[in-house]
Design a protein around this ligand. Structure first.
Ligand code: GLA
Length: 663
């Protein structure tokens, strides 16, 4: 059983028929059949067309759309249509419009104009979700529910009075008493001691830096407030249609929402990914986000939205060169997606996204874009057997949202240059370049089964996190500025690495962030020179028995001091090496981890195993030769390939199904 009842891989996109006359719908379904589309997402922004007045529903047009799609073999990922409240609701209840940190109430005229904590908004969404579920519970096209859309895209937080009340309720549940809150927030600093709950407000724009503990709780609350919106709709859908999977589309590596927590409430993880064709790191960033999606529920996921070519929301929207849409789509499949879906099916004629690319462009079918859509549909069908295949990773990168929120608190850190996404990428990129499969994991999870676990940063580290890491039996690496604060953002007694001190056998005396452009040399015990940027630390290691120094700083005030240490199987890095490759190679060797294609993968080629299938993707603009580790059949071309060298054309790929070994 796949993500839905549909066999094979899913192929399609967002479909907005309400933007087109009905005769166009008939052309749409004909062309969908031609392209092999088997799933479309419908009604994402349709609230004002489905409920034009309070409690008055106009489902007729949607009935016809769903019937037409079903008659043409296309299933539906049906949105609950709650992503944008209609004008009548906003005018009747202006208080549901979100307020920003400076106190400005945002106007109607865009989308996602709602306060997540508004009881009026939540009740209205639940009513609509129920009406949708009751209307379409038996509809044969219904394959999946799509709740709202990209939570936190435009509205990640709201600072209105209703949100303040909800925040206080949330704080009371977490801290029990005002004394508890005052202690957790450290309100003795800067005279913030509260004597009544009504004095507690969201961290609105203030004269100077806001209390970081308040901000951390605010981020937790804001993620939970949106999750409560999702859960309210999900509860209704599950009540009326218990067997239909429920999802909401995630936004790749997004700071605002704790996706570990969110994924637990979803049946299927779906993601919207828009790698920028102009970004040289687009492929590696996409791979990281896909591995996160696969790791969230440790099962296949679905790329629910991607761009066939250019988007319309960057300052400069660069299109995808020939072959790039296909390659990016294959990359998502390689990393565990059970389909390829786009925003959107037919390019819009009006509105802010009229220049956003689509599967079927303004120019119609006599276009490269359409030919590429047809060709991709055919490729997706050729790969049908990949659906459901799972990935086995021996390396895990730890990612914790609370730690991320704490680390990126503005105006109160030793350096604002430590950005979690970049820290993850600094390890992920060399692993990716070596064809090493990587899972993401939260720090408290049971890590058994991995050989190497890397925590690029664990600024916020609790005793439970430390216990989970201590229980892990493989190789562990912990990056700098870890074990600094507890769950309330208060510095651990005795300083960093706090609860990790015994495990790592080090003590940090001083943070020494580096100004931009400044480097610090370090030298490993075997004489390898590395350069650190951005961050170094004054570390005490020798005082702990059993801690070995693997590298020392050379030059400057840190000269001779430990830079990289190891105690047992746990390595600590007190800096950010520009290129961690030499350290990583030693760690991989010690952990017994090898990349899928072995050493010597050409720079632009990505190698990724999913189940027994080996995906080789050439992201480069020139040909590249790769050594196949085993013979097999390329599912994309049907060619039998022997083990040994195979040349991939520019932006071309091979999906190797290994030949079964004869006993
Ligand atoms: C997101 C949204 C879509 C659309 C696309 C454009 O994925 O969910 O509605 O706006 O971005 O890239």
């Amino acid at each position: 059983m796949g993500l839905t009842r549909i066999p094979g891989l899913l192929f399609g996109g967002d479909y907005n028929p309400e933007q087109w006359p009905e005769e166009v719908w008939r052309e749409d379904v004909r062309l969908m059949a031609e392209a092999g589309v088997n799933l479309v997402t419908v009604a994402v922004f349709s609230w004002s067309r489905l409920e034009p007045a309070p409690g008055v529903y106009e489902f007729g047009w949607l009935d016809r759309v769903l019937d037409l799609l079903h008659a043409n073999g296309v299933a539906v990922d049906l949105a609950t249509a709650t992503a944008t409240p209609p004008p009548w609701l906003v005018r009747e209840h202006p208080e549901i419009q979100p307020v920003d940190a400076a106190g400005t109430r945002l106007e109607f005229g865009s989308r996602q104009g709602y306060c997540p904590s508004s009881p009026v908004f939540r009740a209205a969404t639940v009513r609509l979700a129920r009406a949708m579920a009751e209307r379409y519970r038996e509809h044969p096209a219904l394959a999946m529910w799509h709740v709202s859309n990209e939570y936190a895209d435009h509205t990640a937080e709201c600072f209105c009075a209703e949100s303040a009340r909800d925040f206080r309720r949330w704080l009371q549940a977490r801290h029990r008493s005002l004394d508890g809150l005052n202690a957790a927030w450290g309100t003795s600093c800067w005279g913030q001691h509260y004597t009544d709950w009504t004095q507690v407000e969201p961290p609105r724009k203030a004269p100077g830096p806001v209390n970081p503990a308040q901000l951390l709780d605010w981020r937790r609350f804001s993620s939970d407030a949106l999750l409560a919106c999702f859960e309210a709709e999900r509860a209704v859908l599950k009540e009326v249609t218990p067997d239909v999977p429920v999802t909401t589309n995630f936004m790749s590596v997004l700071r605002d929402l704790d996706y570990w927590k969110w994924a637990e409430c979803e049946d299927v993880v779906t993601d919207d990914a828009y790698p920028d064709p102009a970004d040289p790191r687009a492929a590696v960033k996409a791979a990281l986000s896909y591995d996160l999606m696969r790791s969230l529920k440790r099962q296949p996921w679905l790329l629910l939205e991607s761009a066939p070519s250019a988007v319309s929301w960057r300052p400069v929207n660069v299109p995808k060169d020939p072959g790039v849409m296909r390659l990016h789509s294959l990359q998502a499949l390689a990393h565990g997606s059970d389909g390829v879906m786009f925003f959107q099916w037919r390019q819009a004629k009006y509105g802010p996204e009229k220049f956003h690319s689509a599967m079927l462009p303004h120019g119609g079918t006599a276009t490269r874009r359409w030919r590429e859509t047809l060709a991709l549909g055919a490729d997706v069908r050729r790969l049908a057997e990949v659906a459901g295949a799972t990935t086995r990773a021996e390396v895990a990168l730890l990612l914790d949202w609370e730690s991320w929120w704490g680390l990126e608190a503005p105006e109160s850190m030793p350096s604002d240059r430590l950005r979690l996404h970049e820290l993850l990428l600094s390890w992920y990129a060399p692993l990716h370049a070596r064809g090493v499969a990587v899972d993401l994991a939260p720090p408290g999870r049971d890590l058994s089964g991995y050989r190497l676990v890397i925590a690029p940063n664990l600024y916020l580290c609790t005793a439970e996190h430390a216990a989970a890491l201590a229980a892990f039996e493989g190789r562990l690496v912990v990056g700098p500025f870890s074990g600094v604060v507890d769950a309330a953002d208060q510095v651990h007694d005795g300083g960093a690495p706090g609860p990790l001190r015994d495990l790592l056998g080090v003590r940090v005396e001083e943070w020494r962030p580096l100004p931009d452009g400044v480097t610090q040399e370090l030298v490993t015990t075997d004489g390898t020179r590395l350069l650190a940027r951005t961050w170094t630390e004054w570390l005490d290691a020798e005082e702990t028995e059993g801690t070995d120094v693997l590298a020392r700083y050379r030059g400057g005030p840190l000269h001779g001091r430990p830079a990289v240490t190891r105690r047992g199987a746990a390595t600590y890095l007190s800096c950010l090496p520009e290129d961690p490759a030499p350290l990583l190679d030693d760690l991989l060797t010690a952990a017994g981890v090898t990349g899928v294609a072995g050493a010597g993968l050409p720079a632009d080629v990505e190698a990724c195993r999913r189940g027994r299938y080996l995906f080789l993707l050439n992201h480069g603009a020139g040909p590249a030769t790769v050594t196949l580790p085993e013979p097999g059949t390329d599912l994309l071309t049907g060619r039998a390939l022997p083990a040994g060298p195979v040349t991939l054309g520019p932006r071309d790929a091979v999906v190797l199904k290994p030949r079964p070994t004869t006993p």
